[in-house]
Design a protein around this ligand. Structure first.
Ligand SMILES: Cc1cc2nc3c(=O)[nH]c(=O)nc-3n(C[C@H](O)[C@H](O)[C@H](O)COP(=O)(O)OP(=O)(O)OC[C@H]3O[C@@H](n4cnc5c(N)ncnc54)[C@H](O)[C@@H]3O)c2cc1C
Length: 415
């Protein structure tokens, strides 16, 4: 049995491949649909379901295969943290990273995983070439014209073995964290996004405050990172939520206490170590990528809805910014977006909350994160993704029999 990180998706059977030949045998001998797993950090049924899961993470080989200036060829199934270390040995780094770095590169690209930065694309936007195994077990190097289709492919084109991508010279970041009023950050968010390489914030329900996080390139001496209190902080606001059942006033008071203890951060460190942190407290998440102009009003509406109708929700709402790219299934196709993410603790009901918030996101033309909960189906995607027919044609060419289409994937992408 295979399960994802959050524990909300599973599949009855998983087979591990340790060599490319073992992978080929699994693919060509499968009697039904197969889905390739990365690190299982998606919340949606993009790996799990009524299908065989293949785990290629044990396939051996160097993490970095070649380096040509800022263009590298790397092992697609390698984890982002291992790749970051290996790239650092060559004096290189990912241009950007998200909150965590334990995903596989292929899995992260497969769903358009992003960090934050108005001028920084999602990780899929960095792809310049790809080698994959098709349903017939053949190994194919994609032509440059196919790369926009392969940027975000959710495993529907085949199993990625090697990826060629752009990276940057290794760099350090200065991280500055500060608690600010929500109203203030909503007014300034566009200016902050333009002024800093990375800008994001977390709004905390029942506090009126947001935690503002800024990262900029620095050549100052590296400092010692403060103790990472994020996981303790989430548990503490969970306790405040429980106290709020007795009195909302008590919850607000506890929230102000927790935020007073949060303290400001200001230190310099290696980019990949500063950008991503461990996430120990499990949750289920929905995130939509919105047109930037619509974002401040949407965030106000979601914050108000959360406190009025869903007081049980206590996880912070995360707001980030990503540049546009040309991926046919990229949520950032055609222009930059503001991403707004809502979370519910694993094991707690999330359906009603996500349904209410999704309606607000969809009303402004939001596109969902492919790895995070959403309710969109084929007809919805046709309205949101002008290049969907081009992706369909590429998928039909590479996987005419639909070997990589599980019932769950057909429900969303089947034409
Ligand atoms: C705690 C947590 C924090 C997160 N933070 C962020 C964040 O900051 N930003 C963000 O954008 N997302 C974030 N995510 C979402 C996560 O980055 C994505 O869901 C990502 O796809 C997970 O990568 P994975 O390796 O676990 O892939 P999986 O979830 O295992 O797979 C994702 C997709 O990739 C495909 N795939 C995997 N390997 C291959 C392969 N070798 N060839 C072809 N297809 C393949 C799968 O079939 C599937 O369709 C977070 C998730 C969690 C649980």
């Amino acid at each position: 049995m295979w399960t994802n990180w959050a524990g909300n998706q599973s599949a009855p059977q998983v087979m591990a491949a340790r060599t490319v030949e073992e992978l080929r045998q699994i693919v060509i001998n499968a009697t039904g649909p197969v889905r390739c797993a990365g690190a299982g950090h998606s919340f949606t049924p993009v790996v799990a379901g009524e299908n065989l899961v293949i785990d290629p993470s044990g396939i051996e080989g160097p993490a970095v295969i070649s380096v040509d200036g800022d263009r590298v060829r790397v092992k697609a199934t390698e984890k982002l943290n291992a790749l970051s270390l290996a790239l650092a040995e060559h004096g290189k780094a990912f241009r950007n990273l998200g909150d965590i770095n334990v995903q596989s590169l292929a899995g992260a690209m497969g769903t358009a995983t992003h960090g934050t930065g108005a001028d920084l694309p999602c990780i899929s936007g960095e792809m310049t070439g790809a080698r994959l195994m098709t349903a017939t077990g053949d190994i194919v190097d994609l032509a440059p014209d196919d790369i926009p289709g392969a940027r975000v492919s959710l495993g529907m084109l085949g199993i990625l073995l090697e990826i060629e991508m752009m990276v940057v010279p290794a760099y350090d970041l200065r991280r500055q964290v500060k608690v600010v009023p929500l109203d203030e950050i909503l007014t300034e968010m566009e200016a902050l996004a333009q002024a800093h390489r990375h800008f994001e914030f977390f709004w905390l329900p029942y506090s009126g405050k947001a935690i503002r996080v800024i990262h900029d390139i620095s050549d100052q001496p590296r400092g010692k990172p403060p103790m990472d209190l994020d996981n303790i902080g989430v548990r503490a606001i969970g306790v405040a939520r429980s106290a709020g059942r007795l009195s909302p006033g008590l919850r607000r008071w506890l929230m102000s206490l927790i935020l007073a203890l949060q303290g400001n951060e200001d230190y310099v460190g290696e980019s990949w170590r500063v950008l991503s942190k461990p996430r120990d407290v499990k949750f289920v998440e929905m995130e939509y990528h919105l047109p930037p102009d619509a974002a401040p009003d949407v965030i106000r509406e979601v914050a108000s809805l959360t406190e009025r109708r869903h007081p049980e929700v206590y996880f912070p709402i995360e707001v980030r910014r990503t540049a546009g790219d040309d991926g046919w299934l990229s949520p950032f196709q055609g222009g930059g977006r503001v991403s707004v993410a809502v979370h519910v603790a694993a094991g707690e009901p999330y359906e009603a909350y996500f349904r209410d918030v999704e309606a607000i996101f969809r009303a402004v033309g939001g596109r969902p994160h492919w790895g995070k909960m959403h309710s969109l189906k084929r007809a919805d995607l046709e309205a949101l993704y002008p290049d969907l027919p081009a992706f369909d044609a590429l998928r039909a060419r590479l996987d005419p029999g639909g070997r990589f289409m599980s019932p769950a994937m057909r429900e969303v992408f089947g034409s």
